[in-house]
Design a protein around this ligand. Structure first.
Ligand SMILES: Nc1ncnc2c1ncn2[C@@H]1O[C@H](COP(=O)(O)OP(=O)(O)OP(=O)(O)O)[C@@H](O)[C@H]1O
Length: 276
């Protein structure tokens, strides 16, 4: 049962079969993403963050598999779904944006074609209506000339624009859960800020639940509500964002905070810079 949480992961273990034996990338991890909440998942490289996210989408690389646990999206345990059923949920109820958005879009199809197809996969509308919906959605995520954008190919637009297209794609299908894996890493500072604004707005205005995977603690301080810290496949700390910065409980979290970019910023300073 889900108890009103949008995403509820319980006891997830992910293993990768290797010639040297099974590598346990995720070990009995549990986490919740309630609606209208930005939940950050942080931890060093290799700690299992992406493996956790990919499990939700059933997109683990083939030697990898979710060996145990439950992943509830609403009232459905995604780990019990057939691949076809999971694919349908992927487009409709949940969306994912990646660090390298150009690779998440199909390089040989125009943005318009991809959006129209995504819309028509989930709604009974004509091509023309789908195109209008796409234009409206792109305008809503701040794209200046949506009509023109629809005629372009992914390689003809910037990384920041690709991110917005991905978000627009997620939204046209009515997704309630967005998983963003290092979404700002490849962007310059201005585009980073725009993307964070966008995520924040989606949470507030649309009530989206967002699982944000990042190693940028500045981003966490700015927009996250709740934080999970992962180390060697385990969730070692779970706390409200203010509590985490003020009183990190776990030794590892303290080290992580000390070693990263927040240095002089007190929790209060970080908090005062937050969106309202
Ligand atoms: N294809 C694979 N084959 C074997 N092991 C893998 C594979 N992919 C990931 N792993 C293992 O899973 C562990 C977790 O990887 P994962 O990518 O989830 O970490 P991460 O926290 O997302 O790191 P990063 O921040 O670098 O993306 C790694 O330690 C790695 O050893």
């Amino acid at each position: 049962m889900n108890n009103g949480k949008l995403l509820r992961i319980r006891g997830l273990s992910v293993q990768f079969a290797t010639p040297g034996g099974a590598v346990e990338a995720v070990r009995e991890a549990s986490l919740d993403v309630p609606p209208g909440t930005i939940v950050a998942l942080i931890g060093e490289s290799g700690s299992g963050k992406s493996a956790t996210a990919l499990s939700v989408f059933g997109l683990l690389d083939s030697p990898g598999r979710a060996a145990a646990g439950e992943i509830w999206l609403g009232e459905t345990d995604l780990l019990r779904l057939k691949p076809r059923e999971l694919r349908a949920r992927r487009g409709r109820d949940m969306a994912m944006i990646f660090q390298d958005p150009a690779n998440s879009l199909n390089p040989v199809l125009t943005i318009g074609r991809q959006m129209v197809e995504a819309i028509r996969r989930h709604r009974r509308v004509s091509r023309r209506e789908a195109r209008e919906i796409a234009v409206g959605q792109l305008a809503r995520v701040g794209m200046p000339d949506p009509e023109r954008l629809l005629r372009r190919y992914p390689f003809q637009i910037s990384g920041g624009m690709c991110q917005r297209v991905m978000i627009a794609l997620a939204l046209v299908s009515g997704a309630r859960l967005l998983i963003a894996d290092e979404p700002t890493t490849a962007l310059d500072v201005t585009l980073q800020a725009q993307l964070l604004d966008e995520l924040y707005r989606l949470r507030r205005e649309r009530g989206l639940g967002i699982l944000l995977i990042t190693h940028d603690l500045g981003v966490v301080a700015e927009i996250a509500d709740f934080v999970y810290v992962m180390k060697e496949g385990r969730i070692v700390e779970a706390a409200d964002v203010y509590a985490l910065f003020e009183r990190p409980a776990h030794e590892y979290t303290r080290k992580l905070l000390d070693s990263r970019s927040l240095r002089a910023d007190s929790p209060a300073a970080a908090a005062s810079g937050r969106r309202g």
